[in-house]
Design a protein around this ligand. Structure first.
Ligand code: UTP
Length: 286
């Protein structure tokens, strides 16, 4: 299974932090965001990863490389965390390709065309973490195997969050988790939204998406959006939404990142109690 991980965005909402380093390398608990994403892809069965990078993203490539600098440390048997990273990095083939300019998620995915060939593929965003017993990407892949058509991960969102997302117009549920997509509306006002089902940033796509992306006009900011390309694809073939089981943590804004970091820290066994005690104390004082 091939997975494409777009990580070439500017991360402008994280400035100044992202001036010289990638948003995807932001620490979440004790590892970079993209490490979580790669873990999910591999746990879902991906053996071939294509990470879309760009200017100032060298750290992403270096992170998954071996490092002579740390070899002695590993040999001295200190490097448990490092060993786990090495195991992860050697359990799939890593490929990198650059998006010359950050011209939108659709344009980023078009860079994967040659690499993907004529197979279906997973898309996982480099800044979105999922936590689930069965990896969310695996849930999507299984749904694709069942239906043979593109599948996008969706989740219900609160009314005040609707205008942050692409929202699905439903065309009937085929079971309690799988919905046929009639249309997609980018960031609607809550009162105009066709549902509260938001596109949550993981997909199984087929190569048909590439032609749809090429047919997609640029948006206002000169970006080619994947949601617009999916709308074009909908004219030709059905697309399904899958209401996944699990939690999603988007680290797109500083506050989102902060929430993800705190909540995922509280979920980690070794940190749970001390982190809870610390937060309780802090709130009592505050
Ligand atoms: P976002 O739109 O959330 O992030 O992209 P951004 O563009 O990096 O951030 P802002 O809006 O400037 O703050 C979601 C994912 O898609 C990738 C990003 O790297 C991120 O992982 N992306 C986005 C690309 O690979 N290329 C693009 O042109 C845009």
């Amino acid at each position: 299974m091939k997975a494409v991980i777009p990580a070439a965005g500017l991360g402008s909402r994280f400035l100044p932090l992202t001036k010289e380093q990638p948003k995807e390398m932001l620490p979440v608990v004790d590892k970079p965001a993209i490490h979580w994403v790669v873990e999910e892809a591999i746990a879902s069965g991906a053996t071939d990863l294509l990470i879309i990078t760009g200017r100032e993203k060298r750290a992403v490539e270096d992170y998954f490389d071996g490092s002579i600098r740390w070899d002695h440390y590993l040999k001295a048997n200190h490097g448990n965390a490092l060993r786990q990273l090495e195991e992860l990095a050697s359990s799939a083939d890593f490929h990198f390709i650059r998006q010359r300019e950050p011209r939108g998620l659709g344009d980023a995915i078009l860079r994967a065309e040659k690499h993907v060939g004529d197979e279906p593929f997973l898309v996982l965003l480099g800044d979105t973490i999922h936590v689930a017993d069965v990896p969310v990407a695996k849930q999507l892949w299984d749904t694709f195997q069942r239906l043979g058509q593109p599948v996008i991960a969706v989740e219900h969102v609160r009314p005040e969050k609707i205008s942050d997302y692409g929202i699905v117009q439903e065309d009937g549920w085929i079971d309690d988790r799988t919905v046929r997509v009639r249309d997609l509306v980018e960031k609607p006002r809550p009162e105009e939204a066709p549902s509260d089902l938001a596109i949550s940033g993981s997909y199984v796509l087929t190569p048909a998406i590439f032609d749809a992306i090429r047919r997609t006009p640029e948006g206002k900011k000169g970006e080619v959006q994947l949601t617009d390309a999916l709308r074009i694809l909908l004219h030709d073939e059905p697309i399904y939404g899958y209401r996944f089981v699990g939690r999603r943590f988007d680290i797109g804004t500083k506050l989102d990142w902060f929430r993800a970091h705190v909540e995922l820290t509280l979920m980690r066994g070794e940190f749970r109690e001390p982190a809870r005690d610390f937060l309780r104390e802090l709130l009592r004082e505050g």
